[in-house]
Design a protein around this ligand. Sequence first.
Ligand code: ATR
Length: 285
Amino acid sequence: MTGSILGTTKVVGLIGSPVEHSLSPVIHNAAFRHLQLDYVYVPFPVHPDGLARAVRGLFQAGIAGLNVTVPHKERVLDCLDRVDHYAQVLGAVNTIVKEDGQLVGYNTDGPGFIQSLQAEGVDVRGKTVLVIGAGGAARAVAFALGQAGVREIIFVNRTVERAQNLKREIDDLVQVEVLPLTPETLQKSLQCCQIVINTTTVGMYPHTDNTPVPGQLLQPRLTVVDLIYNPLETRLLRAAKRAGCKTVSGLGMLVYQGAASFELWTGKTAPVGVMTDAALAKLNR
Ligand code: ATR
């Protein structure tokens, strides 16, 4: 945003339900201001019943691009003219761009996740990775890890069947093991992995006293990643730091997936530092 909204201002936004607590408006509007781009980012609460009408209506009204969040990432594929290969394989879209009059779907979650690890100096190639959880976030992360060349993924999930379904989807990309979420299976899998990633909501605000991994199981050779960014330092990451592990919070993934969407919409290099600072300022407020 350049300061004022003009007749020329391009509107991009977010559709989801709920969208009230999203940090994306903060991150993107800071980037638009910084680069003095005549854009504004607006959140739109969209009920699942009105998804197709909302997408069509927003683009008919001249919107330049959209982010898509829970619960629409899968169903929105039916509203688009074209879906890029990676988003098609994943079956989930988080970014829509209008290209030559067509609505095209992309997914920047997985690439954003890998970039956030690279920014912290974490190389996943050849590694055994323990992924806790088997929901939508785990799916995006697992496909990205598979494409980035990990050796093996161990899924540990409360509902084993859900992890088994995920294994079936990703089996031809990477070697996968599935275990139930118990202290014993965690202990066993932590011994043979180098990277642990929490993709569950355990430890997220307001339940900040919870952790998916008992702290005493963590060893200093591990890299511990939590996709949660509120709080920035979860109980899991606090315990991991105390145990001498390298830690990565979920803020990087949020910023890098946003940066990739920004670049798809504007064609400009996203100011990642500015976006990170804006998110941090909001979270620390
Ligand atoms: P998202 O799209 O954010 O990944 P999701 O699809 O609802 O959200 O998945 C949430 C993940 O957190 C799941 O792996 C869920 O485990 P189940 O598959 O057993 O539901 C996990 N999860 C949520 N609350 C949990 C809890 N209290 N203990 C353990 N796992 C939990």
